[in-house]
Design a protein around this ligand. Sequence first.
Ligand SMILES: [Ca+2]
Ligand SMILES: [Ca+2]
Ligand SMILES: [Zn+2]
Length: 172
Amino acid sequence: MKAALNARDRNYDQKSILNIYTNRPPGGTLGYAAFPWDYAMYPNRDGVVLYYATLPGGGAVPYNEGDTGTHEVGHWLGLFHTFQGGCSSTAGDFVSDTAATRQPAYGCPTRDSCPTLPGFDPKENFMDYADDYCMYLFTAGQSTRMDALGAQYRLTKRRVFFLEGMATEPYN
Ligand SMILES: [Ca+2]
Ligand SMILES: [Ca+2]
Ligand SMILES: [Zn+2]
């Protein structure tokens, strides 16, 4: 699917182009994404795949407000799940302003699964597994991480555009 459909643009490096594919992944999977640092070794796996019913108004209730797409693009730009690493104050998702969480949130539970670490579980965060109505934010730390990893692995400057075979005149 990726080899056949992957969009290209002659003015951009392929690693900076976000391709989003929809299908019905096996095993009840809502979506999946490639991490930016994997592009160099596995360029053919790059992109985001979404179960089409997760799109807004689709049939994958309660995951049908589009937040699966937001979540997968977070991975594509280098974010981990908020529950990565469980109750760790030093590693986890490598984002300092997301509270540590022992396990994924399902539904929209108010709880503190890491009581010795600050903060309630970040059920409202796009990188948890809560229902779409519950999730609505990335933190400033996640934004910073996406900016940094995006700049390192994804963003490439637009190349000089030539109109091939045509005489072009500068204007000023
Ligand atoms: Ca964290
Ligand atoms: Ca806590
Ligand atoms: Zn995920």
